[in-house]
Design a protein around this ligand. Sequence first.
Ligand code: PNW
Length: 500
Amino acid sequence: MASYSFLRVAVSFIFIVTYVFANDTLYFPKDFLLGTATAAYQIEGGWNESGKGESVWDWWTHENPSLIRDGSNGDVACDSLHKYKEDVQLLSDLGVDFYRFSISWPRILPTGYANVINQEGLNYYKNLINELLAKDIKPFVTLYHWDHPEIFERMGGWTNEMMVEWISDYARVVFKELGPKVKYFMSINEPNVLCGEGYGENVKAPGKNLGSPGVFLCMHNVLKAHAKIYHIYDKEFRKYQEGTIGIVLPCSGALPKNPNDTAAVNMHFQFNCGWIAHAIFSKTGDYPEIMKTHVADNSKLAGFSKSLLPELSSEWVQYIKGTSDFFGLNHYTSKIVETVPRMKGEGWYDFSGVKQSIDPSWPKSASDWLRVVPDGFREIIKKISKEYDNPPIYVMENGFSDKCCTFDHLRISYLYSYIKAMLLAIYEDGCNVKAYAVWSLLDNFEWGAGYTERFGLVNVNFTDSNRTRTPKWSTIWYKNIIATRKLTSIFNLPTAISVL
Ligand code: PNW
């Protein structure tokens, strides 16, 4: 008798919860695309297989295992080089509209240069694309997610302007060989993270530790490279391939410490997102004005005769402007920002002029930089839309890290709150968001954190040579969202049963 009442209470509770959330339901707009994302070095493995050359990440992790938290590397990673069919099956089970993955430059061009094309490497991507298309999944292809050929690093990497030419030659090969079956290309993933952590610091490959001058120089060359890649696609391939191409920028959110301090929010935006975005998406082009004056001031105070921010000639400004068909947005978290009063004769807070902090009450993830702040997501989407005249926004990464386990309710709650914020930006703020990808399909090599931080919808067992994949609860949840095209925070029982 007692257990019967318990059952009744439990069932009623489920109905009440369902009802409450059902009333809270938001639908995705028609034609909205849902997918997941990965990157070559983080999942492929096969670092010296299939005729692949050495990448800067192969070199850096082999040379500096102590800089990776668990001393690991991407030599095997998820072994997707061999298990791509299984990955595509997982994607197909999820029901995604698209899959974002990146191409390993040295797998296609082992010498780095376009003089030698490695057919075996190329075939890997051709097979992957065919497999995706056979399951009705659109390939979203990133040309470059930080793993350039090591040979070019020995010549200065992104501090050498020749990289613009080398990556352009590579891009041309990819467009020619893979472009006939790909409608969505992304040039370069997150210039700021690559240049800031790889050239400014020693946190990511190539770990150059060059400080601000190195970051400015790297960003300058990456921006030019992106523009050149865009023009190559636009002039030589678009007519026949009828695809789109854009850049992917990491834009973290900013909430003002003092509610009236919109200047701090703007300053943070321009130094974070606007640095590259202004040059590409604004009407005037070039680096943001506020950034030019600010860096010039700080450079002078530091005793330099010229600004550390290199100048873009008017030819380059024109050449770069308008070179993205969509705004590729990677977003994970936010900061609290405040304007720092400037003392006479002293530089502002680093080169950005804002002090950043976090609210300790924001829920944590397994990554120290990632706190859960969904409002910041809505704000950044609104800011991008306002700054650049409502461009189509493709969210190409959004996700949450934990340490382990397949019952990942914190990931579900993160994704729910962030997708809700995005849908509100669409419906209530009129923003033009067209696509959304969860980072990531699989647990994978999380750069300096090795395998200690897990972002996957699918668990990967890295101690098992088979790299066994096990869908987490978030897979079940996301599958239901994709199938119903509506956002609910609860599990759908039939979906759960069909997956388990
Ligand atoms: C992305 N932030 O980088 C990368 O594109 C992925 O390769 C990576 O695995 C993923 O994030 C998770 O780290 C970012 O501090 C790193 O806001 C940090 C930030 C944003 C993006």
